[in-house]
Write a protein that binds this ligand. Structure first.
Ligand SMILES: Cc1cc2nc3c(=O)[nH]c(=O)nc-3n(C[C@H](O)[C@H](O)[C@H](O)COP(=O)(O)O)c2cc1C
Length: 420
């Protein structure tokens, strides 16, 4: 008999919900919605499979609040009750296992591919410079901002009614709310721009309207960058200040990540700093300053791969639960296997997922190659997610080059099907 791990301890949230253990699946966009942007039976199979692996909470891939702006064709959109039965079936399928299901609710802002919208919406009209794939955004008017705030609340209340167990507001990774937080993308001079207080106003207003819509007993989490890791972007000091405001905003969990599409910190293959290598998780050292002020439970997502590193982070009180994403695409049962002692470590495969190795040079040699490699890696994981969603086993030896082309082709096909 192995003695129970600290990972198996339940966690009680401020709203009263009890998470059965300390492993939380980070959001991963699934891309398997139908052409009406509704959930499908593929979501049911995927989340039923994950739930049987005993992850405490499964946070969904980002669910969009506005049909006009997606992170990717294939996203689920919830802006009215038209896909309600499909959402309910997704929640019911998840509840066949032991996991709770939270919805990540999101607006991509300028990180909306051209195939979806040539004129996305952002804090200011500053275009994302990535292989021409993203249009020049329109700066949101005050009316647009009010509309987005209301949309987050509407989406959250529909998901609650459909049986989801919580929501997470996506304020990280350079999406709409994160674009408001960053001085690089927010050059407004009204009450939503300029000082940090003004740049954080959108986030705080979204939280208030979501909380008013779902009531006090329903988990509302926030995913926030510890830093954008970009010159002139949102910094750790600013994050620490925002967390103090979040203390007053009544959230149930804070998930710390980092980076944007232009600087994909959360998608690294190997930690660079020696201190990070030892602790595995990319953002753990930043979490220390955040934990010092945070009153809500805190999790860090990115890089955790061994049971020991996870247990140490919890035992040291650095964080309250472990966020983990990519390993669940290869082993949906790993939490159960950690708990029963069958497994102690997950493979760290990301360094293998580089196209053009020895041909295009190292992954870091140019911005364009980095962007292609990131797309290849995303495509490789999308492929594994789709396999699980079809009831198949993951395919570890799938080529990243094939993954890149399959992903670009599929996303283009989905975008066209939505339009016609
Ligand atoms: C295929 C894929 C899709 C992702 N989609 C999202 C998403 O929809 N929302 C989000 O906040 N993060 C997303 N992420 C980032 C993960 O939630 C997580 O922060 C990141 O993968 C680092 O954690 P890991 O090292 O445990 O994989 C995605 C990651 C992958 C691999």
């Amino acid at each position: 008999m192995t003695s129970p791990s600290i990972l198996q301890q339940p966690l009680t949230l401020p709203c009263g919900q009890v998470i059965p253990n300390r492993i939380i699946k980070g959001a991963m966009t699934e891309g398997v919605a139908d052409k009406n942007d509704h959930a499908t039976t593929l979501h049911q199979t995927l989340y039923r499979t994950w739930s049987k692996g005993e992850t405490g909470v499964l946070i969904s891939g980002n669910i969009m609040v506005d049909k006009r702006y997606l992170e990717r064709a294939g996203n689920v959109v919830v802006e009215d009750e038209s896909g309600f039965e499909q959402l309910k079936a997704w929640a019911d399928a998840t509840h066949e296992g032991s996991s709770l299901l939270w919805a990540q609710i999101s607006h991509p802002g300028r990180q909306c591919p051209r195939m979806v919208s040539t004129k996305p919406l952002s804090a200011s009209n500053i275009q994302l410079n990535m292989i021409g794939n993203f249009g020049k955004p329109k700066a949101a008017t005050l009316e647009d901002i009010q509309d987005v705030i209301q949309r987050f609340a509407t989406t959250a209340s529909i998901l609650k009614k459909a049986g989801f167990d919580g929501v997470e507001i996506h304020a990280a990774h350079g999406y709409f709310i994160s674009q408001f937080l960053s001085p690089n993308t927010n050059q407004r001079n009204d009450q939503y721009g300029g000082s940090l207080e003004n740049r954080a106003r959108l986030l705080l207003n979204v939280i208030a309207s979501v909380r008013a819509a779902v009531g006090p007993d329903f988990p509302v989490a926030v995913k926030l960058n510890s830093s954008d890791f970009q010159k002139g972007g949102f910094t750790l000091d600013e994050c620490v200040q925002v967390v103090q405001w979040l203390n007053e905003a009544g959230i149930d969990l804070l998930e710390i990540s980092g980076g944007t599409y232009e600087q994909l910190e959360f998608f690294k293959d190997q930690p660079v700093r020696e201190s990070t290598k030892q602790r595995e998780a990319f953002f753990l050292e930043y979490a220390q300053s955040i934990k010092a002020v945070a009153k809500m439970p805190l999790i860090v997502t990115g890089g955790f791969r061994t049971k020991q590193a996870m247990e140490e982070a919890l035992e040291e009180g650095l964080i309250d639960a472990i966020g983990i994403a990519r390993p669940l695409c290869l082993n949906p049962d790993f939490p159960q296997e950690f708990f029963n002692g069958a497994l102690n470590a997950l493979p760290n495969d990301e360094s293998q997922l580089v196209i053009g190795k020895g041909f295009w040079g190292p992954a870091s040699s140019s911005k364009s190659i980095q962007a292609l490699n990131n797309q290849a890696q995303a495509g490789w994981y999308y492929h594994q997610i789709e396999r699980i969603a079809h009831g198949q086993a993951p395919e570890q030896d799938f080529s990243p080059r094939k993954a890149l082309f399959a992903h670009l082709k599929k996303d283009a096909g989905r975008a066209l099907r939505r339009k016609f």
